[in-house]
Design a binder for this molecule. Structure first.
Ligand code: FPP
Length: 235
């Protein structure tokens, strides 16, 4: 019999391998990203049903602007559609959606859609899906440091009450617990500038599966590995 799995509160995923998935099938990269987006929707639904509280995913990095205009357009259009589906679904869906990362380089129509969806789902009790878009951890830390310096300058915070927790409130993920588990698909074993502040103590799990093929059972396998490590190293 399989061990009972206990879900962590927060899982973060670097969704990698859409391009290779598409190449194997003689499809365009955008078709790979589309399969990746469909996979995310399914996985988030299953994770929500299973009772996961937070799922953070890396959808577009600050470095991804270097990709071809066609691929960037394809990804942004997928995101538009993805956000719209959640907007259309909010009545039946109990998920909350949040987007982290820079907002100033996102086209105004997509930005508006994102802000609308965030407001619409802010009080939802189910899974919080955190989508990292135009996101880089160094950029996030740097933006937080700038806001922090400003708050120090205008006296909102003073030297005596500064600690890591106070600083965390300046991050895009303010109020969200750190992930206990970080998963990266497609065989790459790098953090690629994803949530570096938040994953300081996370367990890391790497799998060769390409993102569009990574299903709920694969996520539960990662959770089992995480549980076993917790049992071995837990205090
Ligand atoms: C890496 O695959 C993946 C990305 C750059 C983007 C991830 C995006 C999605 C899963 C779809 C869009 C997301 C949403 C929320 C709608 P890659 O192209 O680097 O793969 P490769 O290394 O095999 O080429």
């Amino acid at each position: 019999m399989k061990d009972k799995v206990s879900l962590p509160e927060h899982i973060a995923i670097i969704m990698d391998g859409n391009g290779r998935w598409a190449k194997k099938r003689f499809l365009t990269k955008t078709a790979g990203h589309k399969a990746g987006a469909q996979n995310l929707r399914k996985l988030a639904e299953s994770a929500n049903k299973a009772g996961l509280k937070y799922l953070s995913v890396y959808a577009f990095s600050t470095e991804n602007w270097k990709r071809s205009p066609a691929e960037i357009d394809g990804l942004m259009n997928l995101l538009r559609g993805y956000i719209q589906e959640y907007i259309d679904d909010t009545k039946k869906n109990d998920m909350r959606v949040m987007v982290i990362g820079r907002r100033d380089r996102i086209s105004p129509d997509l930005r508006e859609k994102i802000e609308y969806l965030e407001k619409l789902t802010a009080e939802k009790p189910g899974l919080t899906l955190v989508i990292a878009l135009d996101y880089g951890a160094r950029d996030e830390i740097f933006r937080a440091a700038k806001k922090f310096a400003k708050a120090c300058g205008n006296g909102t915070i003073t030297g005596d009450n500064i600690d890591e927790e106070v600083f965390s409130d300046f991050m895009d993920t303010a109020g969200i617990p750190d992930p206990q588990l970080l998963i990266r698909t497609s065989g790459e074993e790098r953090l690629s500038n994803f949530m570096m502040w938040q994953i300081a103590y996370s367990e890391l799990y790497f799998t060769d599966k390409l993102w569009p093929d990574f299903g709920f059972e694969d996520m539960m396998e990662a959770v089992r590995v995480y549980n076993a490590r917790e049992r071995r190293f837990g205090g």
